[in-house]
Design a protein around this ligand. Structure first.
Ligand code: PEP
Ligand code: MG
Length: 591
């Protein structure tokens, strides 16, 4: 029967296909059914896998009994008896015989059904026994994995080598897992945890793979090979869809393709308002050098944010100066010498590759800890290596440097001092670089927004990072679905801070850009233009849509809208004001 789960939509698009269910160790099921003649072999494989798993549990129990005493050893002994349980084996074998299921698919179905029943039971038992029932359910997930590992053996392939198209389902995915995905084989993914600005989500957008995160628990409802639908625009995952649902989503998928073709025609048109009074410079946000091409394909005028920490993906050592330089050079070559490229220095820590070299050990509050520029200022070699590469790449085109997570003027001054030291080193070494490289700072900490008038005197440009600015202003974790209702760009506190930053920038005549996810959402475009922004940077895929909204705007109306929004008291009121306006100027974008 069809099952629907709702989560956070992070990368749009519809995909329909067989599920590939990943547990934490990436075990996956390759075949759902087998030819009828193979059924006896499947039963033998199952029995052997159960017997091997039981033997391993027995051996571990005996070893632990000696090492730690029988009390602890017997916990593993319980696993042994499950693997030998007659009813479990009979249930799995019955599915193999009746449905021609592969042994691994049948194991997954039966054990996941047990887990589901235990989890349902946990809701109903008295509070004091709930944790125990949940622990039992988790134990079964582990038991499933132990049998699957034995059944799959060499069949459990790494994700990078997938050959058949799949929809990946997992508890969570690390950015490094996502980076291995190719849109050719991974048609979508859906995870139980995560929020829309988690880096896994951002990378999904970058790779243009439909994705939904923060779905809550659903993995017990699905087995590898089941047909699933992911709607990355609506934030929906549908397991075992009815034929009618499949038909509906196939239609939606076709409509999306034709919309993409329509956007194509906007690529070379200017981002100018309908009344001709304002032109907005639209730039792209990239994580990987190869995305620079996506920016141009979508009609962006350059790169407004290059998140260089993604150079750390799948790396055990810090990138060398040459690796930094090659990545930047390749982006400049794609963009050409005259299009801007804003390179942001390493924003490591918190949710971004916190285990990377140079990072500190586990912190209790990593988002408030030694992340980003704070980490760089404590690891000067790491920082200087990158600054050298940026200064050198700047000799090739319109490169600018930007510092993330600046909280105080002192911090910014330290970064600039270091940049000057690096320039002196390059000068002495006779290495070509750009001495008058424009310097900017992200405004993504409320203290920086409040001190924008002071910071404006130190830099050539600002870029407002709304992803972090919202999280720090509202004290709401950007990746935590439990506080997702607080986490919104429509909050009046956020609007007041942006207004302040724009005014400070105007006064000192420094450029100001918005590069958080807010600037990729059509809903906020009239407001941002009304607040005075004439530069926006967003995921390349969003650029045509934003351009379409801008081309429908009148500056006086946008300014009036911003003025009215700033007088409101709640995010809900702001949201409804913005929706009404967008519905009026571009009904299609408001849906
Ligand atoms: C932001 O915080 O808005 C931003 C653009 O930076 P990141 O999402 O990489 O933290
Ligand atoms: Mg940020």
């Amino acid at each position: 029967m069809e099952l629907r789960h709702h989560g956070t939509a992070v990368s749009p698009g519809v995909a329909i296909g067989p599920a590939l269910v990943l547990d934490t160790e990436g075990v996956r099921i390759t075949h759902r059914t087998v030819p009828p003649g193979q059924i006896p072999d499947e039963i033998l494989r199952l029995r052997k896998a159960l017997a091997d798993a039981a033997a391993k549990a027995r051996e571990t129990r005996q070893r632990l009994n000696i090492q730690l005493g029988p009390a602890l050893g017997n916990i593993i002994g319980a696993h042994e008896s499950v693997f030998e349980d007659h009813a479990l084996r009979t249930n799995i074998e019955a599915l193999i015989r009746a449905q021609s299921y592969s042994a691994e698919y049948a194991v997954s179905r039966v054990i996941r059904d047990y887990v589901k029943r235990l989890e349902d039971a946990a809701q109903k038992v008295p509070e004091h026994s709930r944790a125990e029932v949940r622990r039992r359910a988790a134990e079964f997930v582990d038991l499933e994995r132990q049998v699957l590992v034995r059944l799959l053996g060499e069949h459990s392939e790494p994700l990078g080598r997938l050959t058949e198209p799949v929809v990946v389902l997992a508890t969570d995915l690390m950015p490094s897992d996502t980076a291995d995905f190719s849109s050719r084989t991974v048609h979508a993914f859906a995870t139980e945890s995560g929020g829309n600005t988690s880096h896994t989500a951002i990378l999904a957008g970058a790779l243009e793979i439909p994705a939904v995160v923060g779905l809550g628990r659903f993995l017990t409802d699905v087995s590898g090979g089941d047909t699933v639908i992911v709607d990355g625009g609506e934030g929906v995952l549908i397991i075992d869809p009815d034929p009618g649902t499949v038909a509906k989503y196939e239609e939606k998928r076709a409509a999306e393709r034709s919309r993409a073709d329509r956007y194509e025609s906007l690529r070379d048109k200017p981002a100018v308002t309908e009344d001709g009074k304002a032109t907005v410079r639209l730039l792209g946000n990239i994580e990987l050098a190869q995305e620079a091409g996506h920016c141009l394909d979508r009609g962006a005028e350059g790169v407004g944010l290059y998140r260089t920490e993604f150079l750390y993906l799948n790396k055990t050592a810090d990138p060398t100066e040459a690796e930094h330089y090659e990545a930047y050079k390749s982006v400049v070559q794609t963009l050409g010498p005259d299009r801007p490229l804003v390179i942001r220095t390493l924003d490591l820590g918190a949710d971004k590759f916190s285990g990377a070299t140079g990072a500190v050990g586990a912190e209790k509050n990593p988002f408030l800890g030694l992340r980003s520029v704070r980490l760089c200022l404590r690891n000067l070699d790491l920082f200087k290596t990158q600054l050298r590469a940026i200064l050198r790449a700047a000799a090739l085109g319109d490169v600018r440097v930007m510092f993330p997570m600046i909280s105080t003027a002192d911090e910014l001054r330290q970064c600039k001092t270091l940049l000057n030291e690096v320039k002196e080193d390059l000068e002495e070494e006779g290495i070509p670089f750009k001495p008058d490289l424009p310097v900017g700072t992200m405004i993504e900490v409320p203290s920086a927004a409040l001190m924008a008038d002071v910071l404006a005197r130190e830099v050539d440009f600002f870029s407002v990072g709304t992803n972090d600015l919202i999280q720090y202003t509202l004290a709401a974790d950007r990746n935590n679905e439990n506080v997702a209702d607080l986490y919104t760009p429509a909050d009046p506190a956020v609007l007041r801070l942006i207004k302040r930053v724009v005014e400070a920038a105007r006064k000192e005549q420094v450029e100001v850009n918005v590069c958080g996810e807010m600037s990729g959402e059509p809903l906020y475009i009239p407001l941002l233009v009304g607040l005075g922004l004439r530069q926006l940077s967003a995921t390349p895929r969003k650029v045509p849509e934003i351009k379409r909204v801008i081309r429908k705007l009148r500056v006086d109306e946008a300014e009036d809208l911003a003025g009215r929004a700033l007088e409101l008291e709640t995010a809900r009121q702001v949201g409804s004001l913005l929706r009404d306006h967008l519905r009026r100027i571009l009904p299609e974008a408001a849906d």
